[in-house]
Ligand binder design. Sequence first.
Ligand code: HEC
Length: 179
Amino acid sequence: MTPFFFLVTVLTAAVAIAACRQTTPAPAAAPVITQAPAKPAEEAYVPGLGEIMTLQQMRHTKLWLAGQAANWDLADYEIKELGEGFDDVVKFHPTHEESPVDPKDAIPRMVTAPVNDLKAAIMKKDKKALEEGYDALTKACNDCHQATNFGFNVVQRPASNPYPNQVFTPKRQEVGGPK
Ligand code: HEC
């Protein structure tokens, strides 16, 4: 073999080896289909029993103020709101902590009758019946607090009006415009 051919042979071999060694590029990574993680179900806001009660306290107060002002529309509104609030108690807090009496049982047993009596008094626009019904409801509130081991929460007829920005006197029906 002439030196020339030897050189060619060596170079050819070298090129061949180099070509073989060339690592084939890794195939483009297949797109990984990442499943979006399942979104946690929106956590619905559930008002605590104490929060519902704070609203009940407000409605209880306004019911009295509306009754004293003979504002029957407002009284009717407040007694309905109170009824809905008690529905929420049964729905969201059928039982409560270590309470020996379950709210789901206490509400129909203690509250439904005085609420219905108040609705009837308001329908009749009977102020005396409203006051009696109010005291009966207030007693039911306190009896339930006692029964559920929250007897230190005591409610009563409001001693004053804590809502200076609300008008409790009935809106005058201005028939034929102001005089
Ligand atoms: C199911 C029986 C039940 C009835 C009926 C009931 N309550 Fe309650 N009330 C509770 C319990 C239990 C609590 C304590 C809740 C808690 O764990 O925060 C409470 C708490 C309260 C509080 C304290 C709230 C605070 O955070 O300061 C008030 C005020 C209140 N109730 C008012 C009323 C009024 C007014 C009525 C009637 C119109 C009423 N409740 C009827 C069971 C009852």
